[in-house]
Ligand binder design. Structure first.
Ligand code: SF4
Length: 457
């Protein structure tokens, strides 16, 4: 049976037989690969190479080829007798090929290390590791331990990256040994798929996103007949808005003018980019602030955006302290997020602790009245959601994210992480797009506030 099943495609088969088959025989049907997916893949590779520094002096079994192949397997066999540390050591057994990021030999015993760009061991890592253990041990390796190397969530970068502190490893040998029994049968089932003459019939469902979103979703969606899709289309909901005026007035009694409508954008780096930051810490790089000094006064706007190269936090804190003044409510949409970011800034920059704590004490949340269980502002057209992206089109239809180049926070965060790599012209355009996006986030809060105020008059 050629070519062998890789670890990735075995896991596709475990998720869905159709995904395995499409990936093997109809790769062209896959969703177009977006830039974000490619970057996540690249970052994973970079982290794997960084972790090799934990075991210096090893030899790499992988050659020029992008994926592990029979050549890597042959090179691994050569390296097993030459060195005690092998990177990307690949093995093949029962038509399944897989590699481990780092393989260490001590005497007759082997220790396998698989690197993951996460802050801990996830359930899906165990299925990965179980297959690797199955292949390696059936190839005759005496595996004394199997560990997942992942980020140490408590590591704080101070100066040069300390790779030994950045990573930590967790043994999963017991879990992977406990998962061995079904593997041979799983492989046999997947192998049978290779001989099918047509694409297996699998309906879409919850499994399409577990543990990862399937890259054939567009193909499968298009296979749902037009007639069925029409039936699935929901009836347009009623856009009428119902406001409990007394409850709204009592809710907003705590809001003190000037009103500061405020929103952060943040970015997370697995490998901390800056001093005093941890793996996957939320680093605020941008904010937008709309200010209403008093009811019906002219709306003011201020903003901050980092340069994408240096640590934005100190400049952001200093400007934010000035922009937010000393009195008035700071209105957020989901206070937990802004409060958490400010609390972290106060820990990492204790010289501003007093001012940041004062800002925290003035935070209020505009979101709760829109929660279905609060029911102060209700419309069937919210569809049970209280995300500002769903509330805005119902309450303020003339304001929309649709025209913007960036339409949601995940994209803003991803693109900011790329900013340093861009040419000056592209960087300037990205700055404009980021400023436009965050501006709309706070303008949306202002217009929602005004709309409700006009309804309860
Ligand atoms: S979208 Fe769902 S049903 Fe279709 S191949 Fe992927 S996992 Fe299978």
């Amino acid at each position: 049976m050629k070519p062998p099943i890789s670890k990735t495609t075995y896991l596709y088969g475990m998720q869905c037989h159709k995904r395995f088959y499409l990936n093997r025989f109809h790769k062209a049907f896959a969703n177009p690969e977006d830039e974000q997916t490619q970057l996540i893949f690249q970052r994973g590779t970079d982290v794997g190479e960084l972790a090799q520094q934990l075991f210096p002096g090893g030899l790499n079994a992988q050659g020029e080829e992008k994926y592990h192949s029979e050549k890597t397997v042959l090179r691994t066999q050569e390296l097993l007798v030459q060195t005690e540390i092998i990177y990307e050591a690949a093995f093949i057994y029962n038509d399944v090929i897989c590699a481990v990021d780092i393989l260490v030999r001590k005497g007759n015993n082997y220790y396998a290390f698989e690197v993951k760009s996460t802050n801990g061991v996830k359930e899906q890592h165990l299925d990965d590791a179980a297959l690797q253990y199955y292949v390696l041990s059936n190839c005759g390796l005496n595996l004394s331990n199997f560990s997942i190397v992942h980020f140490n969530r408590d590591y704080i970068r101070l100066g040069e990256l300390d790779v030994k502190q950045l990573f930590t490893s967790s043994s999963v040998i017991e879990e992977v040994e406990a998962r061995q029994k079904p593997i041979a049968k799983n492989i046999a089932d997947i192998k049978k798929l290779v001989w099918l003459k047509k694409i297996p019939d699998v309906e879409m469902g919850a499994h399409c996103n577990k543990p990862y979103a399937c890259n054939f979703s567009e193909y499968c969606l298009n296979l749902i007949p037009e007639s069925e899709r029409e039936l699935e289309e929901e009836v347009e909901p009623d856009t009428a808005i119902r406001v409990d005026a007394d409850a709204w007035k009592s809710f907003r009694e705590d809001f003190v003018f000037p009103l500061y409508f405020f929103d952060f954008e943040t970015v997370m780096y697995g490998v901390p980019e800056y001093n005093f930051s941890r793996p996957y810490q939320q680093i605020p790089f941008q904010y937008s602030l709309h200010i209403l000094l008093k009811p019906n006064s002219k709306l003011l706007h201020k903003s901050y955006l980092g340069d994408g190269i240096s640590d934005p936090r100190r400049d952001l804190i200093e400007q934010m302290i000035g922009d937010l003044g000393e009195r008035g409510s700071i209105i957020t949409w989901n206070i937990t997020f802004e409060r958490g970011v400010i609390a972290k800034l106060a820990i990492d920059f204790p010289e501003y602790e007093k001012e940041l704590n004062a800002i925290q004490a003035r935070l209020v949340d505009l979101m709760p009245p829109f929660r279905p269980n609060w029911g102060i502002v209700y419309s069937e057209a919210f569809r049970g959601s209280y995300s500002i992206k769903n509330i805005l089109p119902v309450l303020v239809p003339e304001l929309s994210y649709q025209e913007l180049n960036i339409q949601e926070g995940g994209t803003a965060s991803f693109l900011y992480g790329q900013m340093a790599l861009l040419e000056p012209k592209e960087r300037e355009q990205l700055r404009v797009d980021l400023l436009d996006y965050c501006h709309l986030d706070t303008l949306a809060m202002v217009r929602i506030w005004e709309r409700i105020e006009s309804l309860v008059k």
